[in-house]
Design a binder for this molecule. Structure first.
Ligand code: PLP
Length: 400
């Protein structure tokens, strides 16, 4: 007798991660003989960027010093102190609780798992990083998507956010700089979003994993710094600014009025204890990174600025394609003047050109016109042929 097929949980039907799912189409194209140019994964280590040596040395020292057991569940004291200084530099105050996670991803998941019940709602940007929808699906909570305004450089609209708040809404997620648009949220919009949270009793989730990757001398403003009277959690990590995504180290800083956040923060730590800890030796890189030199950031920003300029110029030169200039991170989110679904358009693009990008609806509900995300972290000798191939593809496809 054969064993009956093992049923997967229904909640998994809602979990998608387009950035990696697209690789199935890419693999088909590769097997059909296409040479692939990967502009799909936000991992700077795939390209000409390297983890700063002083961070590697700090981890090596920790391993040799025997820090290979379990660490305290919240994080090592040295790491937590460095994160406290990080928060202080960003004027996040009053800090109430700190947590080191296996990536910002885990800190985000723990913070939500400690907050939402089945059926609760969370305001999430569209387009936005798909982890949020995936985590909420796992928790059987519901994302309420607020639309970023492309015509305003992908800024959030605080009135639109407020209009969506209902009795089950618990939190507002802001991703700044944003993935996938590369937009940097203006201070006055952050202030108005904080005010929506204040008036409706919502928790602010501020994803600041790209906080030091901003172009043209712009200054990043921490959302929680504008709202010391509102419960908030700010996320950072080593994956992007510090070029160590494979180390899986991130953190969350809970701020706001002590009495307001006390129960929730305790619940976060209760869940954190149940998963033991983040990697012990890797946490040694946190003080080294946060308190260490930023030469690698200067170099990275110089490269990314050139590549951003090239990206915007080449994409906007394609008839029917338009691209808002990113102000941070390493993503661009161009729009295509077409009526067809973006999944089809992008799949055909990968098959015909070998350029692997991700369809816009991988980052939230489909927008009226198709979009796609490009990672512009690769060097010019990868980007230039990729954009030339995209130009040929769209010229033919759109017939403009
Ligand atoms: N938040 C955003 C906005 C991201 O783009 C990413 C990764 O791409 C993450 C969080 C995940 O960070 P980590 O590698 O620290 O889990």
């Amino acid at each position: 007798m054969s064993f009956p097929s093992v049923k997967a949980a229904d909640r998994v039907l809602e979990v998608r991660y387009a950035v990696r799912d697209i690789l199935i189409v890419a693999e088909e194209a590769r097997r059909a003989g296409r040479e692939l140019l990967y502009l799909n994964i936000g991992d700077p280590l795939q390209f000409d960027h390297a983890t700063p040596p002083h961070m590697i040395e700090a981890v090596e020292r920790a391993m040799r010093a025997g820090r290979n057991g379990y660490a305290p569940s919240a994080g090592t004291p040295e790491a937590l102190e460095a994160i406290r200084r990080w928060a202080a530099r960003k004027a996040i105050d009053p800090v109430q609780s700190l947590l080191v996670g296996n990536g910002a991803s885990e800190a985000i998941e723990l913070a939500f798992a400690a907050l939402v019940d089945r059926g609760d709602e969370v305001l999430v940007p569209n387009p936005g990083y798909p982890l949020y929808d995936a985590v909420l699906a796992k928790l059987e909570a519901r994302p309420l998507h607020y639309t970023l305004d492309e015509a305003a450089g992908w800024q959030p609209d605080p009135d639109d956010i407020e209009a969506r708040v209902g009795p089950r809404t618990r939190a507002i997620v802001v991703i700044n700089p944003n993935n996938p648009t590369g937009s940097l949220t203006d201070r006055d919009r952050l202030e108005r979003i904080a005010d929506v949270a204040r008036r409706h009793g919502l928790v602010l989730f501020s994803d600041e994993i790209y906080d030091e990757l901003v172009f043209d001398g712009a200054r990043h403003v921490a959302l929680a710094a504008l709202a010391p009277d509102v419960p908030a959690i700010s996320f950072g990590g080593l994956s992007k600014v510090f070029l160590a995504p494979g180390w899986r180290i991130g953190w969350g800083v809970i701020s706001g009025p002590g009495e307001a956040v006390e129960v929730w923060a305790a619940a976060v730590h209760q869940l954190a204890r149940a998963r033991l800890c983040a990697s012990y030796p890797m946490q040694a890189a946190i003080p080294a990174a946060l308190d260490g030199p930023r030469d690698h950031v200067t170099e990275l920003l110089a490269k990314l600025t050139r590549r951003r300029d090239l990206t915007v110029e080449r994409l906007n030169a394609i008839p029917g394609v338009s691209c808002v200039a990113p102000r941070g991170a390493f993503y661009a989110f161009p729009r295509v003047a077409s009526g067809e679904p973006d999944v089809q358009l992008v799949a055909d693009c990968i098959r015909e050109t070998g350029v692997v990008v991700v369809h816009g609806s991988g980052f939230g509900p489909a927008l009226p016109e198709p979009h796609f995300r490009i990672v512009f972290a690769p060097p010019e000798h990868v980007l230039l042929p990729a954009y030339a191939a995209l130009a040929r593809f769209f010229e033919k496809r759109l017939g403009l």
